[in-house]
Design a protein around this ligand. Structure first.
Ligand code: PLP
Length: 397
């Protein structure tokens, strides 16, 4: 006998992984250059040189026992101190080292935070479109994921948001820059979310926490685009950060949860974060990677390739008549299926060996997600195929 729910999760891959695996098989069949794989958010830009230099330096010069040994369960105190200073210097928020918990990426941070804050039956809200794993993470602690609609700019529909908050709402997830839409929430949206929550907290007499999911914080491409630091607008905020995308190290699994000291019951919240980390087996994030981020914090991979790709793909697809959401950040282009049928759009593109992801599981039926974290060469080579697809849909002649 096994846990049937877990068996189901293990047997049924996410749509993204399903298409990613299909691409692998197809590449083996017809050659990797003949398949246009836009399925997964794996950074295509190498980590900045300082990452490998730091690893080499640590391996050569750092105390080997300490480098490969356990740190404190919540992470090395010195590393957390460096992160605390970075948050203060860059975002103007004061988060002591003892409010920071090192994690295996944002995924562990999210699941730990949900476990720490929710009781079975509680509600976790997420603004559509959203990362499908939120549903899995909230189910893990018995909470229910409540999707909130978006408006025509794919920003939260504030009326729908307000109407869906209940006495059971514990968490509102804010993911900006957003996967899958690439949309960055402006300050006005953050202020509007904060103001609704302030009102609702008073009404229900208990805190509702914003959980910021921020693996794409640095991935914005225009100088004018600012990513507001939510703690500065709303006290009851936790941040789940990850270096997966900013340093192109998703396989190294390193990130953190930061609990705002101004949050209601912040000491208890942090204790519950430590407890949830313990309960889930997420203690002592990889030690060597903690020491790597201590040295590399503030560095970012060369983002110019993503910007070039975004401009080329967005420019070309809109020229061919596709309806695309302009992505201010992350490395995803969100496109409307020309006749509203995302699965048919996927199948049509597949015939041209163009593989992207229907966005139904992101709570955005009718859209597809194109992960443009690929080489610019791939973008250039796939454009004739997109042109053909546009012709099939009668968007161009
Ligand atoms: N949240 C979002 C929105 C993501 O897109 C991802 C990964 O793609 C994650 C969380 C998980 O990131 P990590 O690799 O840091 O666990």
């Amino acid at each position: 006998m096994v846990n049937e729910e877990m068996k189901k999760l293990g047997n049924v891959r996410s749509v993204i992984r399903e298409i990613f695996e299909y691409c692998k098989v197809r590449k083996a069949e017809i050659g990797k250059d003949n398949v246009f794989d836009f399925s997964i958010g794996n950074p295509s830009v190498p980590a900045p040189a300082i990452v490998n230099e730091t690893i080499a330096d640590l391996a050569a010069n750092y105390d080997s026992i300490e480098l490969h040994g356990y740190t404190s369960a919540q992470g090395d105190a010195r590393v957390r101190g460096v992160i605390s200073k970075y948050i203060s210097d860059n975002f103007g928020a004061e988060v002591p080292a003892n409010n920071i918990y090192m994690t295996c990426g944002a995924a562990a941070g999210l699941t730990i935070s949900m476990k720490a804050l929710c009781l079975p039956g509680d509600e976790v809200m997420a603004f559509a479109p959203f990362f499908p794993e939120y549903k899995v993470f909230s189910a893990n602690c018995g909470a229910v994921l409540v999707p909130v609609k978006s408006d025509d700019k794919l920003l939260p529909d504030m009326a729908d948001f307000e109407s869906k908050i209940t006495d059971k709402t514990r968490i509102v997830v804010v993911n900006s820059p957003n996967n899958p839409s690439g949309v960055v929430y402006p300050e006005s949206t953050i202020k509007a979310i904060a103001s609704v929550l302030e009102k609702k907290q008073k009404e229900y007499g208990h805190p509702v926490y914003i959980l910021c999911d921020e693996p794409y914080r640095e991935l914005v491409y225009d100088k004018a685009t600012k990513v507001p630091y939510v703690m500065n607008y709303y006290d009851n905020t936790l941040v789940c950060y990850s270096w997966s995308k900013s340093l192109s190290i998703p396989g190294d699994r390193i990130g953190y949860v930061a609990v705002n000291p101004k949050a209601a019951d912040s000491a208890d919240v942090y204790a519950a974060i430590c407890g949830a980390g313990r309960s889930l087996g997420f203690v002592c994030a990889p030690s060597m990677m903690q020491f790597v981020v201590e040295k590399c914090i503030g560095h970012v991979s060369d983002l110019s390739v993503y910007k070039t790709n975004r401009d080329l793909l967005y420019g070309s697809l809109t020229e061919y008549g596709f309806d695309c959401v302009y992505p201010d950040g992350a490395f995803y282009l969100f496109v409307k299926a020309p006749d509203g049928d995302s699965k048919k759009f996927f199948e049509t593109a597949k015939k041209h060996e163009v593989l992207f992801v229907p966005a139904d599981s992101f709570a955005a039926p009718g859209y597809v997600r194109i992960a443009y974290c690929v080489t610019t060469e791939q973008i250039k080579r796939c454009l004739p195929a997109f042109k053909e697809i546009a012709k099939e849909y009668g968007l161009i002649k």
